[in-house]
Write a protein that binds this ligand. Structure first.
Ligand SMILES: Cc1ncc(C[n+]2csc(CCOP(=O)(O)OP(=O)(O)O)c2C)c(N)n1
Ligand SMILES: [Mg+2]
Length: 329
């Protein structure tokens, strides 16, 4: 089948736009955080945007997505509502979790972003459960679990991978490998002989590795895993190398506190996923400085409107303090 060239160019433009939108939103969160009106912790994904965007571009609305503490990009790339996210971060009633959860409890069922929770590894088995449902109900949906390199050290990760393999489930495990679990590097956490790709293969699951700062590579790897899963080929694990620019939790930089070096940070900043793609698109005459300015100002306006909406919302009512804590069933 011939793919119309203009569709291809539009697709590339959209990949770039989505990354810029997420970057603009998170940089604004970082700028506004010191006002102390956002009172929940925030784990920013600045530097890691290509993964959320490349993965989502390979998914349909019906596909399920689950995430963890660093979820803003995953939620937005899947189509999650920005106003509801900002209201949630401001702890307001109009938030996607009614203001009870904050940044680490994002959900938008209208786009099958099924939820994020901060207990490391905790949404991985839930994503596997959704894949089990999709298989039983013949929904032709795939389920995606995003998690970090640290989460592969939890027991539930291995149990989930094993169950997905034995049941041949349509689930895709996306590991965002940014080298650190809070302030601990691999050297401090794992044997030098540990190879996560081989470990996962040992569970009988297809396992791939890619450049998490290359949005098209992320898209292509994910698409082949999605196609395989939809055709009944079972689960895949994709490890994507990337780097978090800001501190583990919060809006600042923390290269001075001793667990990583400024030199390492600068090396990765030079591999900025947006800049790299912008350069390619400029050489193809898709992007230009003028277009960048136009897009940036559109996203900034959209974000400022979302913040204004969040600030104008009431705090959750005390009457609802005990709702959504226990299941009625
Ligand atoms: C079960 C559990 N243990 C510890 C924590 C504290 N904690 C929050 S984030 C985090 C690091 C996770 O590292 P990784 O999975 O690599 O994700 P990253 O922060 O690098 O994106 C830890 C240990 C937690 N939230 N849940
Ligand atoms: Mg990590």
């Amino acid at each position: 089948m011939m793919i119309d060239q203009s569709v291809r160019l539009e697709f590339k433009q959209n990949l770039y736009n989505e990354m810029l939108r997420i970057r603009t939103v998170e940089e604004r969160i970082a700028e506004l955080y010191s006002e102390q009106e956002m009172r929940c912790p925030v784990h920013l994904c600045i530097g890691q945007e290509a993964i959320a965007v490349g993965v989502s571009a390979a998914l349909q609305n019906r596909d399920y997505v689950f995430s963890g503490h660093r979820a803003h990009g995953h939620y937005l790339a899947k189509g999650g509502n920005l106003k509801a996210m900002m209201a949630e971060i401001y702890g307001k009633e109009g938030g996607c979790s009614q203001g009870n959860g904050g940044s680490m409890h994002l959900i938008d069922l209208s786009v099958n972003f099924m939820g994020s929770t901060p207990i490391v590894g905790s949404t991985i088995p839930v994503a596997v459960g959704a894949a089990f449902t999709a298989k039983i109900k013949k929904q032709h949906a795939v389920s995606v679990a995003y998690f970090g390199d640290g989460a592969t050290e939890t027991g539930v990760f291995h149990e989930s991978i094993n169950f997905a393999a034995t049941q041949n489930l349509p689930v895709i495990f996306i590991c965002e490998d940014n080298f650190y679990s809070v302030y601990s590097s691999f050297e401090e956490r794992q044997s030098a002989n540990r190879d996560i790709i081989k470990l996962v293969q040992g569970h009988g699951v297809n396992s791939f590795e890619g450049d998490g700062n290359n949005v098209e590579e992320v898209f292509n790897l994910t698409l082949s895993a999605v196609n395989r899963a939809r055709e009944g080929g079972g689960p895949s694990f994709i490890k994507l190398l990337t780097y978090r620019w800001r501190e583990h939790c919060g809006p600042n930089y923390d290269n001075d506190i001793g667990y990583r070096t400024e030199a390492e940070f600068l090396q990765w900043q030079a591999k900025c996923p947006l800049k790299a793609y912008e350069t390619i698109l400029m050489s193809m005459n898709i992007m230009s400085d003028a277009l960048y300015q136009k897009l940036f100002s559109e996203y900034l306006t959209e974000m400022n409107n979302a913040v204004q909406y969040a600030k104008s919302q009431p705090f959750p009512s005390i009457k609802n303090a005990f709702t959504d804590i226990f299941s009625a069933q």
